[in-house]
Write a protein that binds this ligand. Structure first.
Ligand code: DAT
Length: 179
């Protein structure tokens, strides 16, 4: 079966979102390699192109300028063939994405991943709460059409391989509307 998308793109755009540590970057780079998509890591882009307004002391992260990020991405998104990686999803234009994947990880596993990344204090608690309360899943559901949003478990290596395989097949079967 083909997946018909809008926007007049020749190749689909995928957004992979989820709490930090759920596996977005790992998943995106594997899918990008397998499907020849362009991997856009928003965190890295924001740093490289200075698309931020300052530093949040409490949560130890850059305060990104969402408008600048969208301006920066607009032309590429119009062409298609991108897989975007970010722990937020409500500020992108809805019609940019043909698929929005929300990665989900069990709390104990996520806790281990984040502590081994050096997270502690409010930054750790905030991210764990973000997963407990399914903040990104809710955000995705309120920002994109129901049939576009897909929540996938990302606990073990087997999940990683099956998610990558499934997304790669989906990209291969995608046809833009009207082509
Ligand atoms: P994110 O980009 O969401 O912050 P990541 O891709 O950097 O997450 O992954 C965080 C760590 O967890 C990294 O060491 C790889 C590992 N990991 C990610 N997904 C996994 C999975 N499904 N099974 C096992 N380990 C995983």
């Amino acid at each position: 079966a083909s997946n018909y998308g809008g926007g007049g793109r020749e190749r689909p755009n995928i957004l992979v979102t989820g709490t930090p540590g759920t596996g977005k970057t790992t998943t995106c780079s594997l899918v990008a390699d397998a499907s020849h998509l362009h991997h856009i890591d928003i965190g890295k882009l924001v740093k490289a192109k200075h698309l931020y307004d300052g530093w949040d002391e409490e949560f130890e992260c850059l305060i990104i300028n969402e408008e600048l990020v969208c301006d920066e991405l607009e032309d590429m998104m119009e062409v298609g063939g991108n897989i975007v990686d970010y722990h937020g999803c409500d500020f992108f234009p809805e019609n940019w994405f043909d698929r929005v994947v929300v990665l989900q990880t069990n709390i104990t596993i996520l806790h281990d991943r984040l502590t081994s990344r050096g997270y502690m204090g409010p930054k750790l608690t905030n991210n764990i709460d973000c997963e407990i309360f399914q903040v990104l899943h809710e955000e995705a559901r309120s920002s994109y059409a129901e049939e576009v949003v897909l929540a996938l478990p990302s606990n073990h290596i087997e999940d990683l391989s099956s998610n990558v395989r499934m997304l790669t097949e989906w990209v291969d079967n995608w046809r833009s509307a009207g082509s």
